[in-house]
Design a protein around this ligand. Structure first.
Ligand SMILES: Cc1cc2nc3c(=O)[nH]c(=O)nc-3n(C[C@H](O)[C@H](O)[C@H](O)COP(=O)(O)OP(=O)(O)OC[C@H]3O[C@@H](n4cnc5c(N)ncnc54)[C@H](O)[C@@H]3O)c2cc1C
Ligand SMILES: *[C@@H]1O[C@H](CO)[C@@H](O)[C@H](O)[C@H]1NC(C)=O
Ligand SMILES: *[C@@H]1O[C@H](CO)[C@@H](O)[C@H](O)[C@H]1NC(C)=O
Ligand SMILES: *[C@@H]1O[C@H](CO)[C@@H](O)[C@H](O)[C@H]1NC(C)=O
Ligand SMILES: *[C@@H]1O[C@H](CO)[C@@H](O)[C@H](O)[C@H]1NC(C)=O
Ligand SMILES: *[C@@H]1O[C@H](CO)[C@@H](O)[C@H](O)[C@H]1NC(C)=O
Ligand SMILES: *[C@@H]1O[C@H](CO)[C@@H](O)[C@H](O)[C@H]1NC(C)=O
Ligand SMILES: *[C@@H]1O[C@H](CO)[C@@H](O)[C@H](O)[C@H]1NC(C)=O
Ligand SMILES: *[C@@H]1O[C@H](CO)[C@@H](O)[C@H](O)[C@H]1NC(C)=O
Length: 527
């Protein structure tokens, strides 16, 4: 692409500032900014086709299709002045170049799953434009090298299907929910059912294409190892825009085994959970056994209110059923796993199984970005480094009984295995050796929102003695504004531990004027 001198002339700049001020006040089309975009684009026809202002009938559907947390799909949610949907890398360069020039605040969105809506500036009370990456979604697999280039706008499901189309022996350790965007997911680390065997998605990135604050495209070689380190787990959009990632694919066996079984209070759920904490982080790497906990109403309840605790155990084993059964019976007989609970399938068929689709759904469903339900939720994260004692498990259950059945969801993801072998400083994601499991705490907010938000705070407080401390850790892909905003940086150590300082150093070099900011973006170092 070529940047003509025209746009940097003082005359144009003043004109633009004036036009922008005028348009901001009456919510009109920011004309000079648009002119910058069109005049700097190598193909002005196609550029003008990527611009959606609120007057365009496609604006609302394009905005809404990728809003994946319904908490941010309300009339009051701040909306972008313009949405861009680039189809070429050079258009991203132009958008960043002109946005910087006209001081337009930019938010970048890939899959739109951000817990706090940062990818769309729903919470920032400043005018902004939305750079929507969904059209940049190519997956290019190189079977011979065992690598792939995946563009940010692709979903996890598109990546999985792209790999499986080329090879049944290769896979990638990405996430469970298959319409999460690769752009945000890998930027924050990214765990899934193969993390114990292969580490995080970000641990398996070997190169990237990246647009910096000047609108320049950088590769690993030209950005340098510091910036390349920072974008693999340092959280999305503190440094610039990731166009694509080059990833190292991993081998998957022809047959994997999955199961999902349910245990309730009446079936000793508390004891089984207690034991799970001891065994799950120590299983062989090729076995991942996570669990979900909810209070539900059940006719088997022995309580007056008819409620019980339901634990759903969900597992992926990278091998055949017989071996899985031997393993579980030897190490975790309390679970009572039976052969008929288990299904053998190919790795790609396990994708829909772990992503809220009904059993047996064809993997093609993962190509449909709108096939999954959307929730209105608030989520928080935590990490356990010690076993939670039985009394505290009972206390946690009591708290679950105090909200409406199924209003809350806890999720426990075992660590160990490969996660123990990777240094805390290898990439910004620091929660490694010594972490037994990650905890997700969530509430659904379609009803009783303020009461449920209070409840989630009280459960978080209740868990304090039993979980990580100094700092009380959190997962940056489960962004949580309760931890603070850009008026302080106390949240930094909680997501990144001692990596936070290096992140600030990288930020200070890569984006000294803090063009790419959001409510919890990495701050620059004080001068
Ligand atoms: C239902 C659900 C299931 C989930 N499952 C998992 C899971 O299994 N494993 C896991 O690890 N996490 C999971 N997550 C968390 C998920 O990884 C994060 O929410 C992630 O940030 C979402 O990325 P996105 O691209 O979909 O979201 P977006 O909202 O588009 O982006 C998230 C953040 O990244 C930034 N960003 C997006 N694209 C780019 C880019 N190209 N360049 C620079 N910055 C960018 C955005 O500005 C924003 O700050 C889940 C979340 C939800 C809601
Ligand atoms: C400009 O983009 C349009 C639409 O993508 C395409 O049809 C056209 O061929 C392009 N023109 C040039 C000169 O590249
Ligand atoms: C909406 O925007 C698209 C892309 O820029 C354009 O092709 C279309 O004509 C616009 N429609 C309206 C109603 O403005
Ligand atoms: C309890 O519910 C299950 C399924 O929901 C049903 O199969 C069973 O018959 C019920 N038992 C009683 C005693 O109502
Ligand atoms: C999908 O998730 C919802 C909400 O947790 C749950 O009620 C439903 O049973 C799930 N569906 C499948 C097929 O897993
Ligand atoms: C994707 O899923 C949605 C919801 O189930 C459905 O309405 C839509 O038709 C599907 N799209 C395609 C292309 O199959
Ligand atoms: C930022 O955090 C401070 C301190 O908690 C709070 O007073 C303020 O309202 C927050 N600002 C925003 C924009 O959330
Ligand atoms: C902090 O966030 C506010 C909006 O909440 C924004 O106006 C301000 O520019 C941000 N400051 C920094 C340093 O990121
Ligand atoms: C951006 O460009 C300016 C002016 O050419 C230069 O001084 C600066 O170092 C560049 N910034 C980055 C992060 O490359």
């Amino acid at each position: 692409m070529t940047y003509s001198l025209l746009c940097s002339s003082v005359f144009i700049f003043l004109f633009a500032t004036f036009a922008w001020a005028a348009s901001a006040s009456n919510d009109e089309y920011p004309k000079a900014f648009m002119q910058c975009l069109i005049s700097h684009s190598s193909n002005s026809t196609s550029m003008s086709e990527l611009i959606y202002t609120p007057k365009n009938s496609s604006y609302a559907p394009i905005l809404q299709v990728s809003i994946n947390n319904l908490r941010f799909m309300t009339a009051k949610t701040p909306k972008p002045l313009v949405i861009f949907t680039p189809v070429e890398e050079s258009q991203v360069q132009t958008i960043i170049f002109c946005s910087k020039k006209f001081d337009m605040h930019v938010r970048v969105r890939s899959g739109g799953h951000d817990f706090e809506g940062f990818g769309q500036s729903y919470v920032a009370r400043v005018p902004f434009v939305l750079l929507d990456m969904t059209n940049l979604r190519t997956v290019m697999v190189n079977v011979k090298d065992g690598t792939a280039w995946v563009e940010s706008g692709a979903t996890i499901g598109e990546l999985y299907c792209g790999i499986a189309e080329k090879s049944g022996a290769l896979g990638f350790p990405a996430g469970l929910w298959t319409n999460v965007g690769i752009g945000g997911f890998i930027s924050g680390g990214g765990y899934g059912m193969m993390t114990r065997n292969y580490g995080l998605a970000a641990d398996n990135v070997i190169d990237a294409r990246f647009v910096n604050v000047n609108g320049t495209i950088l590769s690993r070689e030209t950005m340098g190892e510091d910036l390349f380190w920072a974008i693999r787990g340092g959280g999305g959009s503190s440094f610039g825009v990731v166009l694509s990632w080059k990833i190292k694919l991993v081998s998957v066996p022809e047959i994997v085994t999955v199961f999902r079984i349910v245990r309730t209070s009446e079936e000793n759920a508390a004891d089984i959970f207690h034991r799970w904490q001891e065994v799950a982080p120590r299983f062989p790497k090729d076995l991942d056994l996570k669990c979900y906990v909810q209070s539900i109403v059940s006719n088997s309840s022995t309580r007056q209110d008819g409620k019980t605790i339901r634990i759903t155990f969900e597992s992926l084993y990278l091998g055949p059923r017989d071996r899985l059964l031997v393993l579980i019976r030897e190490r975790f007989p309390e679970l009572g796993l039976e052969a008929e609970d288990c299904s053998e399938m190919s790795w790609i068929e396990s994708g829909p199984f772990f992503s809220n689709h009904t059993a047996g759904t064809s993997p093609d469903i993962m190509l449909n970005r709108t096939a999954l339900p959307k929730f209105n939720f608030k989520g928080k994260s935590d990490f356990a480094r010690n076993i939670i004692p039985r009394e505290a498990i009972k206390g946690m259950w009591e708290m679950l009984f105090s909200v409406a059945p199924e209003a809350a969801l806890l999720q426990f993801t075992p660590y160990g295995g490969r996660m123990n072998e990777i240094l805390e400083s290898a990439i910004p994601f620091p929660h490694r050796a010594g972490t037994l499991y990650m905890i997700y705490i969530g509430v659904f907010l379609e009803k009783d929102a303020s009461q449920r938000l209070k409840w989630i705070d009280s459960l978080y407080e209740y868990l304090r003695p039993y979980v990580s401390r100094n700092p009380r850790a959190a997962y940056v892909n489960y962004l949580d504004l309760d931890l603070g905003n850009n008026t302080s940086s106390s949240w930094g150590k909680r997501y990144f531990k001692s990596n936070f300082r290096r992140l600030m150093q990288v930020k200070t070099v890569a984006d000294p004027e803090n063009f790419f900011w959001h409510e919890q973006s990495i701050p620059t170092l004080p001068a």
